[in-house]
Design a protein around this ligand. Structure first.
Ligand code: BGP
Length: 458
């Protein structure tokens, strides 16, 4: 048996916009997702938008009971900014009541709520004034964070500011997967910069309010591997790493930007507009703990014909299709558990061995109904193998001193996922969206319960 440390957090992660539903009731204002769906429903897989998602707004009590049945001791979700403060200023009491009831019911079942503030769900009123492109977003986010800490600080002791901030930067301003779907490297950098400053503002509010507990951020630390040891491939890897990993990791943990990133942005005319005092603020707001989402690594090689200045990240490095890679055939993503060990040791060696946890890991499967047996249970042995292999790598790193305090799967009940809708299923529980959102356990939920109760894997 490979034992994990006492008190290890075992749980699952989700987000408000992907699970709550109730998109436009009880005072909630629209987000970019609600509006985008209204404008272009055909962009969303099978035309399923953010309106219902997994109906957690109505069914959270049932889910919390299932979490207790599965012996989960923690659960991460987010607050919807547009629900809590529909116009950015006025507190929506119905939202306060909903979240307080939700968090209390988790706590009563022995499940610690870890609460995130922003998971790609920009309120529409803020988008209309430029979203993260506008410097005003920093103050607006700080105010929202302050209100959230005041309203729920007695119930929540682990807060995170953002989930995968690089994703709304690249998906919204480079790759057209999120609204406003523009393609502009310079604007993307500015959006990233303001997001980071909004994070520092929230950390400052948390500490100023003398709230108990800890504050952190959730980053997708996609490790980058180069095709070869040739200097040009290594250079491509370093650029990809500076843009995708160090860009957020260094400032939040070390309190400053990596010099190679500043240099890279300078050379390509991509430096963002800043304000006096930003640097000092970064240095003063380093985090207490880190959440790490890991799905698959990034493999890169040098580009054939670099464009100077770079118009897109693909002018700086090219994706590399590693011939030996193992693929999840049901989602197309690479499966490479060894990267979790590499991440863990990098945090230990280069990032002050800061306390961290796996805030998302998981295996998406398209058309998962095909694995249902005659009793209605999805036989997801592929997911069990996936988790087992990742936990083995994590365990090795913990044995070697990496300060990892938990492991969360994406996700608890199948949930809606942006333009992908319900295409890729990740949950321990299947959700039947055509049948009153009925939850049915998958085989992995029984297996995971044993892991949790033993605090160990075989
Ligand atoms: C992560 C996000 C989640 C979720 C997950 C699965 O990056 O934090 O919100 O969407 O990816 O993604 P997908 O459903 O596209 O497979």
């Amino acid at each position: 048996m490979k034992k994990f440390p006492d008190g290890f957090l075992w749980g699952a992660a989700a987000s408000a916009p992907q699970t709550e539903g109730a998109a436009l009731i009880d005072g909630k204002a629209p987000t970019t997702w609600d509006k985008w769906f209204e404008m272009n429903p055909e962009k969303f897989y099978k035309g399923v938008g953010p309106k219902d998602t997994s109906n957690v707004y109505q069914q959270y009590a049932e889910d919390v009971q299932l979490m207790e049945d599965m012996s989960l001791n923690s659960y991460r979700t987010s607050i919807s900014w547009a629900r809590l403060l529909p116009d950015g200023k006025t507190l929506n009491q119905q939202a306060v009541d909903f979240y307080r009831n939700y968090f209390v019911s988790l706590i009563e079942k022995g499940v610690e709520p870890i609460i995130n503030l922003f998971h790609f769900d920009m309120p529409w009123w803020l988008m209309e004034k430029g979203g993260w492109e506008s410097r005003e977003s920093v103050e607006d986010f700080g105010y929202y964070a302050k209100v959230a800490f005041e309203q729920f600080g007695d119930l929540v002791h682990r807060w995170t500011t953002f989930n995968e901030p690089i994703v709304h930067v690249e998906c919204g301003y480079l790759f057209e997967f999120h609204y406003p779907a523009v393609v502009d490297f310079k604007r993307a950098v500015q959006v990233g910069y303001h997001t980071l400053m909004a994070h520092t503002q929230a950390v400052e509010e948390f500490r100023r309010g003398k709230h108990t507990g800890e504050i952190g951020i959730i980053l997708n630390l996609t490790p980058v591997y180069s095709k070869s040891d040739a200097p040009e491939d290594i250079k491509a890897k370093d650029m990809a790493d500076a843009l995708n990993v160090k860009s957020f990791l260094d400032p939040v943990v070390l309190g400053h930007f990596p010099t190679e990133l500043v240099q890279l942005l300078k050379e390509n005319n991509l430096l963002p507009a800043t304000e006096t005092g930003d640097k000092e603020k970064l240095a003063q707001t380093t985090i207490d703990f880190l959440g790490v989402n890991y799905y698959q690594p990034k493999r890169v090689q040098a580009v054939n014909q670099p464009a100077v200045p770079a118009k897109m990240p693909s002018d700086l490095y090219a994706e590399y299709d590693w011939p030996e890679k193992k693929i999840n055939p049901y989602r197309g993503w690479e499966i490479y558990p060894e990267a979790l060990y590499d991440i863990a040791m990098r945090i230990k060696n280069d990032y002050k061995n800061i306390p961290w946890y796996v805030s998302e890991n998981g295996m998406g499967v398209a058309e998962e109904e095909r694995f249902v047996d005659e009793d209605g249970v999805i036989q997801d042995d592929y997911r069990i193998e996936f988790v087992q292999d990742h936990l083995a790598e994590l365990h090795k790193a913990v044995e070697q001193g990496s300060h990892c305090f938990g492991y969360h799967m994406w996700t608890f009940v199948d949930c809606w996922s942006w333009l992908n809708g319900y295409r890729n299923r990740y949950g321990f529980y299947r959700v039947d969206i055509e049948n009153d959102f009925k939850r049915t356990p998958k085989k992995s939920s029984f297996w995971m319960k044993t892991v949790i109760e033993n605090n160990a894997i075989d």
